[in-house]
Design a protein around this ligand. Structure first.
Ligand SMILES: Cc1cc2nc3c(=O)[nH]c(=O)nc-3n(C[C@H](O)[C@H](O)[C@H](O)COP(=O)(O)OP(=O)(O)OC[C@H]3O[C@@H](n4cnc5c(N)ncnc54)[C@H](O)[C@@H]3O)c2cc1C
Length: 334
């Protein structure tokens, strides 16, 4: 295993920004992790593991420690539609692999960019499915105990875009995840925008392959490809607000999309940004919001993470002043 010194991190984040890592290494197996962790201990370095960099932003200061890039490969068929997959496998290739087997469970999560091991971190979700619905367990290297552990689904503290892994970034290095899929197809009604696409295109086939095709079409019309345009997908989490505030806003904006939750009402961050005039909004430091979806912040020609954070503050301050709602960033700031 190579440990490289003073590596620029911008190419390891789909936002294309960030300073240097003091050290960086590619991890292919458990032995590499053990070696990297003991190197870090010897040199008194902090460590972080990353996947494809589609949901993280490196600060301009970079990372004064060791960045480990997960490249652990391998898919094991455990039978009963259950697969144990290396954290470094590509997420969408695995979705395609299961769809090709006519299995259901993650077809709505098609084309989410990133690696397998990152999926449980923020409990990835789209069009009504979340990884928590199919994940059975996660195999991790616990950096505090220096040992491999299995964390079961029910121990993972999954919630909307959150988990025990996201709450403890750096503690659990994910080695493999295990998912159990279904032979039964999903049933309508699907998530609103996906159902609308199915209906408008007269699609009545709800097989995983058909749903995957529909999801890809819907996503392509709305989201920029991070390989062509620097972005991290949704930049803000949909906020959950009190019933009192929801009622107050609804009185002025009866069309505000909102969904009842156990702890309040989830509302659309994209709608809030749109109402503040941020659709296709281009700022002079090179940051912008995406023309088809204001929730996606894109880096057109910004040079620093400070530019991005300045832009973020313009968006969040405006939403706070107009609606009294604090938007929170979805990507992890490192
Ligand atoms: C265009 C676009 C669309 C997107 N759409 C969606 C969507 O619909 N739904 C959704 O939920 N997300 C979406 N995302 C966000 C992103 O794709 C997911 O969060 C994805 O899981 C990130 O994977 P990654 O490998 O790039 O993670 P990274 O960005 O590399 O890492 C994310 C976090 O996980 C940690 N991490 C990564 N791998 C490991 C590991 N093996 N062990 C321990 N920690 C680890 C990192 O330290 C970091 O904190 C989108 C992003 C883009 C750019």
């Amino acid at each position: 295993m190579n440990i490289l010194k003073d590596q620029n991190l911008a190419k390891y984040s789909s936002m294309g920004l960030g300073g240097d890592a003091k050290y960086l290494s590619e991890i292919k197996n458990l032995e590499d992790i053990e070696e990297a962790v003991s190197f870090a201990e010897e040199h008194d370095l902090k460590t972080i593991m990353i996947g494809g960099g589609n949901n993280l932003i490196f600060s301009d200061k970079g990372y004064d420690g060791l960045v480990m890039i997960n490249d652990i490969k391998g898919i094991s068929d455990l039978g009963d539609n259950t697969f144990k997959v290396g954290a470094g496998e590509d997420w969408d290739e695995f979705v395609k692999f299961t769809v090709d087997k006519n299995l259901s469970g993650i077809e709505c999560l098609s084309k989410i960019p990133g690696k397998m091991g990152s999926a449980p971190i923020q409990n990835i979700g789209a069009y009504g499915q979340e990884i928590k619905d199919t994940l059975t367990e996660v195999e991790v290297f616990n950096t505090e105990e220096n040992k491999v552990e299995i964390i079961k689904n029910y121990e993972s503290e999954f919630s909307y875009r959150n988990s025990i892994f996201k709450k403890n970034i750096g503690k659990y290095l994910i080695l493999t995840i295990t998912v159990k899929l279904n032979t039964e197809y999903i049933k309508p009604p699907l998530y609103e925008s996906l159902q609308k696409y199915m209906d408008e295109n007269n699609i009545s086939d709800y097989s995983p392959a058909s749903i995957r095709r529909a999801v890809i079409s819907v996503r392509m019309a709305k989201l920029p490809d991070p390989k062509e345009i620097k972005n991290c997908g949704s930049f803000f989490i949909n906020p959950i607000i009190s019933e009192e505030l929801q009622q107050e806003i609804i009185r002025e904006y009866p069309d505000m999309p909102n969904w009842k939750q156990e702890n309040g009402y989830k509302i659309s961050a994209a709608w809030l940004l749109d109402k503040c005039g941020f659709k296709d909004f281009h700022y002079d430091n090179g940051m912008a919001t995406w023309k088809n979806q204001p929730l996606v912040v894109v880096n057109e020609h910004a040079k620093t993470t400070s530019d991005l954070l300045e832009f973020r503050d313009i968006l969040t301050d405006s939403v706070k002043n107009k609606f009294g709602i604090e938007l929170k960033m979805e990507p992890v700031l490192i």
